[in-house]
Design a protein. Structure first.
Length: 156
């Protein structure tokens, strides 16, 4: 059964816009304070970054009551698209993770969690920092997107 989410794209863009603006505001606040976090950490410690997504997903939950749902947002940047070595001295590493990047790893994680029925649905989105104005985002695959998940049904 397919479930149509009214104004899905509009709500997703608003959530993405809210995310990037909250990060920028948190980073700006850290910049003028005497206490600064290392790297980009100051941009994510404000506590309001995912409020727009919370509202989007809460609306879906209230309407359709999904269980076992996961949502991951990965910044679309060089650091998340560059290959990362998967070396462990203590555990075997799945060959699929050898030289994969963080975006690929998040997609694989969500797809496997659904495949093993640990989650009914999961979505991985990427968005560049510049999306604060445009609300731009993209799904990493059809199987791990907000457009289509086994729970929500295919979105048009």
């Amino acid at each position: 059964m397919s479930i149509q989410l009214p104004h899905y794209e509009k709500h997703l863009k608003a959530a993405m816009h809210s995310f990037w603006n909250a990060r920028t505001q948190a980073a700006d606040k850290q910049e003028i304070s005497l206490k600064r976090d290392h790297g980009n950490r100051g941009a994510v410690t404000g506590g309001k970054n995912l409020d727009g997504f919370r509202d989007l997903i809460t609306g879906i939950i209230m309407d359709f009551a999904p269980r076992g749902t996961d949502f991951i947002l990965v910044e679309d940047a060089i650091g998340s698209t560059s290959k990362v070595a998967a070396k462990s001295h203590h555990f075997l590493t799945d060959p699929i993770f050898q030289e994969s990047n963080y975006q690929q790893r998040m997609r694989i994680l969500c797809e496997r969690m659904m495949e093993q029925r640990l989650y009914n649905s999961a979505a991985v989105l990427t968005s560049p920092k510049e999306a604060a104005k445009s609300g731009e985002s993209k799904n990493l695959s059809d199987l791990s997107s907000l457009r289509w998940t086994p729970f929500f049904g295919q979105q048009s």
